[in-house]
Design a binder for this molecule. Structure first.
Ligand code: SF4
Ligand code: SF4
Length: 132
């Protein structure tokens, strides 16, 4: 991944419509059986080369619901294969679509220290301060 959806998802469907690579599935298709939408890490490209920022987070009404995850790169193959946060797909031949099989693009400007720690992709709007 990329980005990850947490349990504050209100299943509004906005992100699914917005994803340019069809990486998101709804709660009924969530491979983990949770009642929330799910980003397929082996498909998400963090909107690199398509938009300036992740469109799912830009449209999500539940601020903080979508957070930065570890890059889907070979370096983190074990993480994606072993963590119960994910359920990776397989090819027709039954090969696991792990980062080693096929890595995905990710935003290099987001430091590793901000990934996998629940840091939200879309910051909450700054509070309005009264003037005067
Ligand atoms: S970051 Fe972009 S590619 Fe990834 S799930 Fe969100 S909209 Fe789709
Ligand atoms: S836009 Fe946000 S709240 Fe709506 S389905 Fe997607 S992750 Fe859930």
């Amino acid at each position: 991944m990329s980005v990850i959806i947490n349990d504050t998802c209100i299943t509004c469907d906005a992100c699914l419509q917005q994803c340019p690579v069809n990486a998101i599935v709804d709660d009924l298709s969530n491979p983990l059986g949770k009642k929330q939408y799910y980003v397929q890490p082996d498909k998400c490209v963090e909107c690199v080369g398509i938009y300036d920022d992740p469109q799912c987070a830009a449209i999500c009404p539940s601020i903080g619901c979508i957070t930065w995850d570890i890059p889907f790169s070979a370096e983190f193959n074990d993480h994606f294969c072993n963590e119960t946060l994910y359920k990776l797909g397989t090819t027709k031949e039954g090969i696991l679509k792990s980062p080693s099989y096929k890595a995905k693009s990710y935003r290099k400007d987001i430091p590793l220290s901000d990934r996998g720690v629940g840091k939200q992709v879309q910051e909450a709007p700054e509070e309005l301060h009264e003037v005067g």
